[in-house]
Ligand binder design. Sequence first.
Ligand SMILES: NC(=O)c1ccc[n+]([C@@H]2O[C@H](COP(=O)([O-])OP(=O)(O)OC[C@H]3O[C@@H](n4cnc5c(N)ncnc54)[C@H](OP(=O)(O)O)[C@@H]3O)[C@@H](O)[C@H]2O)c1
Length: 245
Amino acid sequence: MTASGNLDVVVGAGSAIGRALIQRWHAASERPILALARSPSSLEAFAPLGAVRTQLCDYGDAALERLAKELREEQSDVERLVICNGVLQGEGYRPERALNQLDLSAMHTVFEVNAFTPMRVLAALAPVLKRSRAPRVAVLSARVGSIGDNLLGGWYSYRGSKAALNMMLKSAALELRRLNPSATLLAYHPGTVDTPLSKPFHETVNPETLLTPERAAEALDGVLAGLMPAGELSYLDWRGEVIPW
Ligand SMILES: NC(=O)c1ccc[n+]([C@@H]2O[C@H](COP(=O)([O-])OP(=O)(O)OC[C@H]3O[C@@H](n4cnc5c(N)ncnc54)[C@H](OP(=O)(O)O)[C@@H]3O)[C@@H](O)[C@H]2O)c1
């Protein structure tokens, strides 16, 4: 077996941050990368990148089972896994400013994409992470998922879903410690990044603090590289600084 794993995986590769990360990894090494996304148009960007294998994925049980089976059969040794999925707003819903804006269907959607989907991906891939040599796993959370850091209120569904994600990742890290003590798990805040997700809120952001997806990918790459297996979940921002729970 080589000194490092034989595969990097990006789930939610249609995300602006995920796409920039894949391009960065592809430029830096020849290690194969598996990119998963819901739509063919999200995967088109990777067609010219020889080492990137693309796979459509609707994040349903059947697709996740198929993915896990393939990786097990290929005896993949995952070096890095980054799960990018997340929504802040969508058709007919926006981040809530007050309790009277809570809407059950919107809450379901946001919790499903932000908390349930990443956890189901992680659950499906747990056997692969178990047998990988030293997998580094980052799940894109957000600073606004911090309960201690919530001084402004609002954004009930987004904040709540990311806090739920963090809690479930905490349990997963404790379980992963038993499955593979060399694994690392990170709940990650990428900064405020210029992507479709953040675009509607740019007028409230200091332009000097808005990261390009390429800068965000560079920061994520650096933080991921610096992780040491600690047997518990790290909750870090793009500067590598600890975020309070
Ligand atoms: N941009 C920021 O300022 C910022 C700040 C803090 C945290 N984050 C987090 O960073 C992550 C990436 O965000 P981004 O800014 O790169 O956003 P983006 O470009 O809008 O990407 C959206 C991501 O969410 C996934 N997604 C959207 N709808 C989905 C659905 N119905 N089911 C499953 N997956 C769905 C997409 O998956 P496909 O590729 O499969 O389409 C894609 O991975 C998110 O988790 C976000 O919460 C971003």
